[in-house]
Ligand binder design. Structure first.
Ligand code: PLP
Length: 461
């Protein structure tokens, strides 16, 4: 891109484009990083840099960039029928086939699919359906929702109250009075210690205690991610999800699994629920469903929830809809992306490549900045600490995350540098062993450079 064009775009961006989850004034100062193309696991920016993407866009481009068969599926569907409403009994073939395919692939408890445009409105739809469900089954007092500290459930008006990230609450009058949190099952920093059973036991006890405090008759549902993503890639012990499922059953509250990040091979199997044979009451998905090639999400629900809603107001429509629910182009894209995961071998490749990813993360443990390496499948993190023994966090005034993100960009690798000095990684399922080598070489160089800065060096014990 020419310099004049770049300058024009940068100033138009500053003047008009509002970006998600940035400080608006800082963004005006900094300006946008403009991306122009992608191929495989590489992105190209407007300055002509080729960057290795270790974050799949925003944990979504699980199939990598430039998959021609997906482009063809979208083009053909656009040409044939670019839009069909699913309101008023209309439908399109790709949407119907996709719903049926998802029911085949998802945990057996989930039998019905409502399509959204992404994860936030999938969570929002789940909340609305749950409210409807309890009202229509004669339990209107069941209105309280419980989720996890460090959880992320998008940024809809209600969903962002289930989210437990301060920036999503401040000045938004959230969380709402009926939204509650229990501690995250955070192995590296868990008050219950490091023992997996103790961590699981502490989560179950915290859920029971919260439900007891609110009154079991007043609690609607518990929402969780199988691995917490935006809260810092918190990987609970194996067995945690299953234990929380069982606890919800005993407590007579709905169990909602938010697989927006963990779905579609991100942790190994198609859904993280599969690894522990967990059967949720509802499940939200998005991102890897279309691998970011078109917007789409969904909420899947059990027969029991669906039937209660179906019979809830005889003769009345269920007043929940989106113009683009079950969009045929997004559905055609999703069907092809699902084919790539399965027949195309990408799920299998993700599983086969995971040892390279895991080994690379573990090797980084010897770096002076790295306190912990953790992952499940191709979802991983490094947690940086000033003192490995005491697990002391760096002084926020160092702005370490911002410095690491900038150094990484100079070294032509993109990952997520969270505010509390956790580095998040979500490589595409098509990564090869040599691409992992390149990722860790660039990452090590980045951390070495940041460590060489005198104030950082002085902060490390
Ligand atoms: C677990 C989870 N739920 C919901 C969402 C919201 O999805 P979207 O950004 O597509 O609205 C996200 C997004 O990162 C997520 O990670």
């Amino acid at each position: 891109m020419h310099n004049t064009e770049l300058t024009e775009l940068a100033s138009l961006d500053r003047a008009h484009l509002i970006h998600p989850v940035v400080n608006y004034r800082s963004h005006e100062q900094r300006g946008a990083t403009i991306l122009v193309s992608g191929h495989g696991v590489y992105l190209n920016d407007a300055q002509g840099n080729e960057l290795l993407d270790a974050f799949s866009g925003l944990w979504c481009v699980n199939v990598g960039y430039g998959q021609e068969s997906v482009v063809r599926a979208a083009t053909e569907q656009m040409r044939q029928l670019p839009y069909a409403t699913s309101y008023f009994h209309f439908a399109s073939e790709p949407a119907i086939r996709l719903a049926a395919r998802l029911v085949e692939l998802a945990p057996a408890s989930l039998r019905h699919v409502y399509f959204t445009l992404g994860g936030s409105d999938a969570v929002d739809a789940a909340i609305r359906f749950i409210t409807y469900y309890f009202n229509s089954t004669g339990r209107p007092q069941k209105k309280h929702f419980i989720s996890l500290e460090r959880g992320y459930h998008g940024s809809s008006s209600q969903g962002s109250g289930l989210t437990a990230i301060a920036a999503f609450h401040q000045n938004f009058d959230l969380p709402l009075p009926h939204q509650h949190k229990i501690p995250s099952p955070y192995p590296y920093r868990n008050e219950a210690g490091q023992d997996p059973q103790a961590i699981i036991g502490a989560s179950v006890a915290a859920l029971r205690a919260k439900v007891a405090a609110l009154g079991a008759d007043n609690v609607a549902a518990f929402f969780c991610e199988p691995v917490q993503g935006s809260g810092g890639v918190i990987v609970p012990p194996k067995g945690w999800l299953k234990a929380m499922r069982e606890a919800c059953r005993e407590l007579d509250i709905l169990f909602v699994v938010d697989e927006v990040i963990t779905g579609f091979g991100r942790t190994g199997p198609l859904f993280a629920c599969e690894a522990e044979d967990v059967q949720p009451d509802l499940m939200t998905i998005a991102k890897g469903l279309t691998a970011g090639y078109a917007p789409m999400g969904a909420v899947l629900m059990s027969d029991a929830v669906y039937c209660a809603i179906a019979d809830g107001a005889p003769g009345m429509p269920v007043g929940h809809g989106h113009t683009y629910s079950a969009h045929p182009v997004s559905a055609a894209v999703a069907l092809e992306v699902l084919r790539l995961y399965e027949e195309g071998g990408l799920l299998a490749n993700g599983v086969a490549q995971t040892p390279h990813f895991e080994a690379g993360l573990r090797e980084m443990l010897s770096h002076p900045l790295v306190g912990e390496a953790r992952n499940r499948g191709l979802l991983g993190a490094l947690e940086l600490v000033a003192d490995k023994g005491a697990k002391t966090r760096f002084d926020p005034a160092l702005k370490l995350s911002e410095r690491i993100a900038a150094a990484a960009y100079r070294n032509r690798v993109i990952f997520r540098a969270f505010g509390d000095n956790i580095l998040g990684f979500a490589p595409a399922l098509c990564y090869t062993a040599s691409e992992f080598e390149l990722l860790f070489a660039r990452l090590k160089k980045t951390l070495d450079e940041v460590l060489d800065e005198p104030d950082v060096r002085r902060s490390v014990k």
